[in-house]
Ligand binder design. Structure first.
Ligand code: FRU
Length: 491
C-alpha cells in the first residue's frame, strides 16, 4: 500500500501527523466549538529531536484537521510538553476587545544549558493566542517559573480551581509532582509536593490532576506517567484517587495497590482536555500510543506514533466496593461506524473452536464486541488473525482472574526485544464479561466491562487482522458477538 495516509500500518481511526516524529499530546483545550490537540513534534525527522508543538483541531474528537505548527523553539529552548487553558475571565490580561485568550503553559528545554553541563535547563513558560490557537505570542517575561536546580522539572498541567479562585499547576519534578498556584498564570507560588509510595528508578512525567464525581461526591484523580517503571516495562501511567484543597493532594488509601490507567504497553503521557463546558460534563482523555522502549524504531517511516482513541473517564465502583477509573471511547465514534453485524447461532461452547465471519474492509478499522459467560476453571480465547499467519491472542482466565494479551506472533516484532510479549491485567469476573476491541491497522485497544480494564497495544501485522476465531476450555460460552466497520477518518 502507498499514498499519504494509507501507507502500510497507517492508523485509519487514530490521529497521526502526516509526516515525521510525534510523542506526547499537549495543550488540549476546547474552545469555540473546536477541540485542540497539540503534540510533541519534530518536523525534520522521524525520530525525537528539537521539540515543537504540532497542532490539529477537531469538532468531534474523531475527525482531525492538521494545522501549521503552533509553537517553535526559541532562545529559551525547545518546546516540551505542557497544557493550554481558555482564560475566560482574562486573569492574565492577555485578552483584548473582549476576546478570550488561550494560554499555553509549557516547558522550555535549553539544550544549550544542558550541553554546558548545567542541570537547570528546564523552565516553564507561557504563550497566548487571540485567534483560536492559530497564532501564538510568547510572553516577554518568560520563563514564568524558573528552575530551582533540579534536572527533571517539566510538563506543567494547569487548571482553574474554583474554590480558591486560582490556577493550579501540576508539575513533574524528578520523582514526584509539585503543585503551584497562580492568580494570573504569570506569578507562581509553590504549594506542596506529592511523592509516590514506591521507589523506582525512573522519572515522573506528564502529570494531571482533575476532579471526578463519585457517588455524588467530588474526588480528585492524580495521573502520574512513569518512565521507566511501568508494570510491563518501559513507560506507563498510574493514578491515585484522593482529595485536593487547592494546596495539597491527599490520597484516600495510601496503601492501595498501584492503579494502572491502562494495562497495555502503549498508552503513555496521556492527560485530559481543559475547558469542557459544564453542561457537557465529560472528562476527556487522549494518550500517546507508544512506549519509550521502542517508539523510535517502530517500522513506520513516513510518520512515527499515533494517539490513542479519545476516551471519556468516570469513577465507578470496582472490586471490593472501591472506586476505579473507567475509560470508554467517546460516543462520537458513531460518526464513523457502519451498521452492527450481529451473530446469532454462536459457535463456541466448551473447548470447541469457531470462526466468526464478519465483513470488514482491509483498509479501514473495526470494532468487535463480545460477551462471554465463563465458569470456574474455564478460559476463553479470542484469536484475531490475517492470511499472512499473524495473530494476536486475548485470553480470559477466570481462575487467575486475568486477561492476557499476547502479541508474540502479531507480525513485525523484531525491531526491539521489548516489543513481543504477553501482557496481563486483573479482571473481576462478576457475571458475564464484555470485551470491546477497536482494531486498526497497527493497534488494538481493548475495553473490558465497559472500560473498567483498558489495554492498548501496538501491533504490526502484514495486513489488518480481520479474522476472528474463538475457542475456550472448560465451561465457557460466547453469549453475544457483534462487529462493525469503523471508516477511515482521513477520507
Ligand atoms: C514524556 C516526555 C516529557 C517531555 C517530552 C519531551 O514522553 O519525556 O516529559 O516533556 O516527552 O518530548
Amino acid at each position: 500500500k502507498s499514498g499519504l495516509m494509507s501507507e502500510q500500518w497507517r492508523p485509519q481511526i487514530h490521529f497521526t501527523p502526516k509526516a515525521q516524529w510525534m510523542n506526547d499530546p499537549n495543550g488540549m483545550v476546547y474552545h469555540d466549538g473546536e477541540y485542540h490537540l497539540f503534540y510533541q513534534y519534530h518536523p525534520n525527522s522521524n525520530v525525537w529531536g528539537p521539540m515543537h508543538w504540532g497542532h490539529a483541531i477537531s469538532e468531534d474528537l474523531i475527525h482531525w484537521e492538521h494545522l501549521p505548527i503552533g509553537l517553535y523553539p526559541d532562545s529559551l529552548g525547545t518546546i516540551f510538553s505542557g497544557s493550554a487553558v481558555a482564560d475566560v475571565d482574562n486573569t492574565s490580561g492577555f485578552g483584548k476587545n473582549g476576546k478570550t485568550p488561550l494560554v499555553a503553559v509549557y516547558t522550555n528545554h535549553s539544550h544549550e544549558k544542558e550541553s554546558e553541563g548545567r542541570i537547570d535547563y528546564q523552565t516553564q513558560s507561557i504563550a497566548y493566542s487571540l485567534d483560536n490557537g492559530r497564532t501564538w505570542t510568547k510572553y516577554e517575561k518568560n520563563p514564568v517559573l524558573d528552575n530551582p536546580g533540579i534536572r527533571d522539572f517539566r510538563d506543567p498541567k494547569v487548571r482553574w480551581h474554583e474554590p480558591t479562585q486560582k490556577w493550579i499547576m501540576t508539575l513533574a519534578v524528578k520523582d514526584r509532582v509539585s503543585f503551584y498556584s497562580s492568580p494570573d498564570l504569570k506569578e507562581w507560588t509553590f504549594e506542596s509536593s506529592f511523592a509516590q509510595d514506591e521507589e523506582h528508578n525512573g522519572v515522573v512525567e506528564c502529570p494531571d490532576l482533575f476532579p471526578l464525581n463519585y457517588n455524588g461526591q467530588e474526588k480528585w484523580v492524580l495521573f502520574i506517567s512513569l518512565n521507566p517503571g511501568f508494570l510491563h516495562g518501559g513507560s506507563g501511567t498510574k493514578y491515585y484517587i484522593g482529595e485536593f484543597d487547592g494546596k495539597e493532594f491527599i490520597p484516600d488509601d495510601p496503601n492501595a495497590p498501584t492503579h494502572w490507567f491502562d494495562y497495555g504497553k502503549d498508552n503513555y503521557a496521556g492527560v485530559t482536555w481543559s475547558n469542557i463546558p459544564e453542561e457537557d460534563g465529560r472528562t476527556l482523555f487522549i494518550g500517546w500510543m507508544s512506549n519509550w522502549q521502542y517508539a523510535t524504531v517502530v517500522p513506520t517511516e513516513q510518520w512515527r506514533s499515533a494517539m490513542t482513541l479519545p476516551r471519556s473517564l468516570e469513577l465507578v465502583e470496582g472490586a471490593g466496593g472501591k472506586p476505579v477509573l473507567k475509560g470508554e471511547v467517546v460516543n462520537t465514534i458513531e460518526n464513523i461506524a457502519g451498521d452492527w453485524q450481529e451473530k446469532s447461532d454462536l459457535p463456541v461452547a466448551a473447548a470447541e473452536a469457531g470462526t466468526l465471519e464478519f465483513s470488514f474492509e482491509e483498509d479501514a478499522a473495526y470494532q468487535l464486541s463480545l460477551e462471554f459467560d465463563i465458569q470456574m476453571d474455564a478460559t476463553a480465547t479470542i484469536d484475531l488473525y490475517n492470511e499472512a499467519g499473524d495473530s494476536i491472542f486475548i485470553t480470559l482466565d477466570k481462575n487467575r482472574e486475568l486477561v492476557v494479551f499476547d502479541r508474540i506472533d502479531s507480525g513485525e516484532t523484531t525491531f526491539n526485544e521489548n516489543f513481543p510479549g504477553k501482557y496481563d491485567a486483573p479482571v473481576a469476573f462478576e457475571g458475564p464479561v464484555k470485551v470491546d476491541l477497536y482494531v486498526d491497522q497497527s493497534s488494538v485497544e481493548m475495553f473490558i466491562n465497559g472500560g473498567k480494564v483498558q489495554m492498548t497495544n501496538l501491533v504490526f501485522p502484514e495486513t489488518l487482522l480481520t479474522g476472528v476465531e474463538i475457542y475456550g476450555s472448560g465451561d465457557s460460552q460466547l453469549i453475544t458477538a457483534k462487529a462493525r466497520v469503523l471508516n477511515s477518518i482521513w477520507k
